[in-house]
Design a protein. Structure first.
Length: 475
């Protein structure tokens, strides 16, 4: 229980003026904003859950007749199931993790078709999609789940400054080209694909430099300097006097975290595009399409946590890489791009590499675990940000070699969603279960329900339409 005598509003901001420019910086959720149990705001309103999608292309290490290092052992809740080798990086967060196995994509196969179904629940063919970045008219009228949820949230009573964020850890696209919107996992209604942001510096400036006036001719260093937190310290000092000891410490930690991030990003403005040897260098791919993704993910994850905790947005699509993308994960010994690992090299002389796909899949989940660490480190009342998050994790297919909808897709649902998600569940319907029970699009209805935005069904178009949530994942 939280012991407090003062309350303040959730929308309280730290404000200041620097060089004639006014600034407003959001606060983390403080005890003074909450009820005595830390489960709702002091005015009785619920703490709004936040939504994130974590995605990547070309599947995981689950190959019939060879090995399956993705699917957990055991079925049910708690100790009834155990994480698989590829999911073991999530061990510290298992209480928040639910795995969906033996679910099927009830629609056509192929990267583009399955992308549409996995991330929106619908697949259609329309030539008009091509003008928005689609391939051969393959897409969906329905927005991707991150955009659909963002639309619903923004239409509600508490819209955020940013509708949503669409980010990608890797800059590398198909056949070692730069990632573009055609391979994004995020799109607006009518299949208007969204090019993801791949620069932590650009994201930082977008979120925390948005209060400055348009001043042409600024260098990158100037733009970073304009968001210096000195402008809000006096406001923080005044606010501290109204708070208890625990909230004063949270204010200090909040400002310190923003300041440390500012310093690390500020250093990027003068770094060349050479592969860095230390965190804080350039994150661009080198000539071999190798990127420092561990370091880049740490910075992105910190910014994601701050964007959520400051109330700047409630919906983020965070891609490890795009569909059919070819980042080269040299950290695990790979020399070919991810999509090519599932097929062959550009010369067609090398077959797929299942063992390397397994290593890369584990690496992808390790980066997810790092992001969860950052979310869990943000205190909210008696819990943390992960308690109030709903995270949908998926690739567009299970086996990147097969392009078969029958193989399903890797899927996780993570977080507490403010008490709406159960966590620590392995849901696996039997082979003889009904098509509805095994329809993977039920996961989309489930996360919408967890976000307090229930839909009765999704019109699947050329895919089967789901009509029920997965009760086993909900409280």
């Amino acid at each position: 229980m939280i012991n407090k005598t003062r309350t303040i509003g959730r929308r309280t901001m730290l404000r200041g003026i620097a060089a004639g420019t006014s600034f407003a910086v959001g606060l983390p959720i403080l005890e003074a904003m909450l009820d005595t149990h830390g489960l709702a705001y002091a005015d009785g309103s619920a703490i709004e859950p936040v939504f994130m999608t974590y995605s990547w292309g070309s599947g995981v290490g689950n190959f019939p007749g060879e090995f399956d290092r993705w699917t957990p052992s055991g079925v049910g809740e708690g100790d009834a199931w155990s994480l698989s080798p590829e999911l073991m990086p999530l061990a510290e967060h298992k209480e928040y993790v639910s795995v969906l196995s033996n679910m099927q994509i009830m629609g056509p196969g192929g990267h583009h078709q399955m992308r549409a179904t996995v991330f929106s629940g619908q697949h259609r063919y329309k030539e008009s999609y091509n003008q928005n970045g689609a391939y051969q008219g393959l897409g969906s009228d329905r927005a991707s789940i991150d955009q659909h949820i963002a639309n619903r949230l923004q239409a509600g009573s508490s819209p955020t400054p940013y509708h949503s964020l669409v980010l990608c850890m890797s800059d590398v696209g198909r056949h070692y080209n730069s990632i573009g919107r055609g391979h994004s996992f995020s799109w607006r209604e009518g299949f208007e694909l969204i090019t993801p942001e791949t620069s932590p510096l650009a994201l930082y400036q977008q979120m925390f430099a948005g209060f400055e006036p348009d001043q042409p001719g600024l260098t990158a260093e100037n733009e970073v300097e304009l968001v210096a937190l000195d402008a809000v310290y006096e406001s923080a000092k005044r606010l501290r006097g109204r708070l208890g000891t625990a909230d004063q410490q949270r204010i200090d930690q909040h400002l310190e975290g923003l300041y440390e991030t500012e310093l690390s990003i500020e250093g990027l403005a003068t770094i060349s595009c050479e592969k860095p040897t230390e965190p804080g260098g350039s994150y661009s791919p080198d000539a071999a399409s190798v990127e420092p993704l561990i370091e880049k993910n740490q910075v992105f994850s910190r910014l994601i946590a701050q964007a959520f905790s400051c109330g700047l947005t409630r919906s983020i699509q965070y891609m490890f890489c795009g569909m059919q993308a070819d980042p080269v994960i040299s950290d695990v010994g790979a020399t070919d791009g991810l999509h090519l690992l599932t097929h062959n090299d550009l010369n067609g002389t090398q077959s797929s590499q299942p063992e390397m796909i397994d290593a890369v899949a584990t690496y992808i989940i390790e980066r997810l675990a790092d992001t969860l660490d950052e979310l869990r480190a943000v205190p909210i009342g008696a819990g943390n940000l992960l308690d109030h998050a709903c995270i949908y994790v998926a690739s567009e297919m299970m086996d990147g070699r097969a392009h078969s909808a029958d193989r399903g897709t890797p899927m996780l649902v993570i977080g507490g969603a403010g008490g709406r998600l159960r966590g620590n569940v392995h849901y696996k319907p039997s082979d003889g279960a009904s098509d509805e029970e095994r329809n993977m699009s039920r996961a989309l209805l489930t996360v919408m329900d967890a976000m307090g935005l229930p839909d009765e069904e999704i019109d699947g178009g050329e895919a089967d339409s789901p009509t029920s949530v997965i009760d086993e994942l909900l409280t």
